[in-house]
Design a protein around this ligand. Structure first.
Ligand SMILES: Nc1ncnc2c1ncn2[C@@H]1O[C@H](COP(=O)(O)OP(=O)(O)OP(=O)(O)O)[C@@H](O)[C@H]1O
Ligand SMILES: [Mg+2]
Length: 228
């Protein structure tokens, strides 16, 4: 039950993001100054958000039935990062942020693509929210590098840095600061997902001009850790 509880918590957290996108798009659609192609795009984003939520709920029901979590499958991490960027660009907090993506290597690894996408979305949303609150034009940059058996996804933003009140407890559940609707679970969940992929999430740098988080993962989860 505790595993189901953890999974339900993670899925509810993701669903808040999808619901925020759906609500915002429904509001946009209410306005009559949108072109037919812009309306079609908004509808497509709603459909994609609903499909993503359905997939997440199905995985919870599947786990409830069988007791088995999704096994890790060899897939392109670059593709997962690109999907996360696309999802965050549809979210109201990501819409007005310039999110640039570096040139990615092919980068394949044994992953649960849905969970990994959710972890990256959490880091990207934090970056967009922080960048939007600064006085600069909000910018977020994403890089992906491969070093031997490891893959590193780095997310940089030009926000004001981590608030002092959460600096020591950043990855603890419910540590939140400066956000009206923050639950303080995004980083906890992102780190747990990275750990399930043989890696972690670390804060590399934080100052009033630049904040950098890195999510690392291991390509082959069957390799003993000593070999890495
Ligand atoms: N890139 C960032 N720049 C500045 N502060 C950040 C950044 N990322 C995280 N933080 C700080 O860390 C806190 C915890 O982040 P976390 O993602 O765990 O929770 P949250 O964003 O508040 O809520 P949610 O559960 O909706 O993600 C944030 O409230 C914010 O104050
Ligand atoms: Mg967050």
């Amino acid at each position: 039950m505790s595993a189901i509880g953890r999974m339900a918590c993670s899925i509810s957290h993701d669903m808040r993001h999808s619901l925020t996108t759906i609500y915002a798009n429904a509001e946009f659609l209410e306005r009559h100054d949108r072109s037919a192609s812009a309306r079609a795009e908004l509808l497509l984003e709603i459909q994609e958000a609903v499909l993503a939520m359905t997939e997440r709920i199905d995985s919870l029901l599947e786990y409830g039935n069988s007791g088995r979590t999704k096994s890790l499958v060899r897939e392109s991490v670059s593709l997962v990062v690109k999907k996360a960027v696309a999802a965050v660009k549809c979210h109201p907090d990501g819409r007005n942020v310039s999110i640039t993506v570096g040139k990615f290597p092919p980068a394949e690894a044994d992953i649960d693509a849905t969970s990994l996408e959710s972890a990256i979305c959490n880091l990207l949303l934090n970056a967009c929210q922080a960048a939007t609150r600064s006085t600069h034009v909000p910018e977020v940059k994403v890089h992906l590098t491969e070093v031997d058996e490891r893959i590193y996804i780095t997310i940089l933003d030009n926000g004001l840095g981590i608030p002092a009140s959460v600096r020591k407890t950043l990855f603890d559940p419910f540590a939140t600061a400066g956000k009206p609707n923050g639950t303080g679970l995004g980083l906890t969940l992102a780190r747990r997902i990275a750990e399930e992929h043989g890696g972690s999430v670390c804060l590399d740098e934080s100052n009033p001009e630049r904040t950098v988080f890195t999510l690392s993962l291991t390509k082959n989860r069957l390799l003993p850790l000593g070999m890495l």
